[in-house]
Ligand binder design. Sequence first.
Ligand code: GLY
Length: 417
Amino acid sequence: MRALVIGSGGREHALLLGLDRDPSVTDLHAAPGNAGTAAIATNHAVDANSGGAVVALAREIGADLVVIGPEVPLVNGVADALREAGIAVFGPNAAAARIEGSKAFAKDVMAAAGVRTARAESVTDTSGVDAALDRFGPTWVVKDDGLAAGKGVVVTTDRAQARAHAVDVVDNGHPVLLESFLDGPEVSLFCLVDGDTVVPLLPAQDHKRVGDGDEGPNTGGMGAYTPLPWLPDGMVGRIVDEVVRPVAAELVHRGAPFSGLLYAGLAIGADGPAVVEFNCRFGDPETQAVLDLLESPLGETLAAVANGTLGELPELRWFDGSAVVVVLAAENYPGTPRKGDPIDGAGTEGVLHAGTALDDAGTVVSSGGRVLSVVGRGAGLTEARAQAYERLTQVGLAGSHFRTDIGKAAEDGAITL
Ligand code: GLY
């Protein structure tokens, strides 16, 4: 099978590494890819958001399967263009990708499907912001109702900060969504979905704040671990039955069946799971940890979704242990990151690339905010954390920073429901 992965982040590097382990995958391509993907795949400089350009590339390389990593091409209809051209694609059409592209649409689908989520209000002009803020708090959740790559969300007890973000979003021409705050530890549950058929992967937990102890601003994600030792037996089944399957069925009912990876971001409260957000693609960095434990062949798994045969796929097999991923971020991330610095140890085992590029001399340099994600695996969280942080000591990037507590609360048994 010839596979083409669209995107350039750590998630796409993890997808390519997973595909590379599948003996049925003979040929790997990435567009646009990064310095790390260039080591295992052929990188192509293509506009990943253009359906026409991606179809042309897929035809040129004779791709049997195209896997779309990020949300923007999905929301822009790149999967639709591939399907129309008769090319197998892992990723939903634009109509189903709205579950991430429009938070108001997602709320509407959840209401119709009877799925628990936060109370929400959409505000479209500055004059409505203050009155709407009065109806929420004391913790405000303020979301950009457009694609913001996980960075458009501010969660704060500081009303002035909530107001400033809301006004900023509206001034940028997007509706702003105010939500009630959902209490309880968060879970990312990725599910393969093909219409009504739902197959969950291992549950993971992201660390969205930039600093140790969940301090500082939100980021795209600073690290993750899987599975979750504190999650009660049966909770994944409950999430599938109470949340994911009803939403998948509602999308079928609306004539927008989902085909690809449906990412449920949840808070597990006293009453059970409630949805924080849905995404229409694999999450980053959770994917780097989750796929590290997958023993089933990834190419065959993704192709089953793309070809509509997910229901016939054998049960997924997993390494019986834990994986931890720690993100190495550039100086000033999540603000405007410093770029162009050489990276030492970028080829270390377990080091996945995201914001990296090759300069004219062939040196790996930083080119984005989240630069690398470093994966460790072990029999349990303690071993997996130790390996990830040991591998990180072999990497050097001037000004970079990372969290030292990824998976620590779970390791310490400090997460309770
Ligand atoms: N891990 C957060 C995201 O992928 O949006």
